[in-house]
Design a protein. Structure first.
Length: 91
């Protein structure tokens, strides 16, 4: 597997527990590398979205990856600021 290029994963509009489990398994199986998570499709800026991002961040860290989230909409960014997680999640 070519680790010189980032691993790109995409969160669907309404991520389910199964979606998150699949993405976390994908991170666990991949060798440590940079990961780009595209989140522009997220339909809602709610605590479920925050939970999904936190779970992916944790799974990435456990696998030795550096993850960055791209495509966050303003409402999600505002929610992360209010929750105090914007720095933790790197948004």
């Amino acid at each position: 597997m070519d680790t010189s290029q980032p691993l790109v994963i995409t969160l669907p509009a309404h991520p389910t527990r199964e979606d998150l489990a699949r993405l976390c398994d994908e991170l666990a199986a991949a060798p440590p590398r940079e990961v780009v998570c595209e989140i522009s499709a997220l339909a809602s800026a709610d605590l479920a979205a925050v939970d999904a991002l936190a779970r992916l961040k944790l799974a990435a860290r456990r696998g030795g990856h550096r993850i960055r989230f791209e495509g966050a909409r303003p409402r999600l960014r505002a929610l992360l600021v209010l929750s105090g997680l914007e720095g933790t999640l790197g948004l």
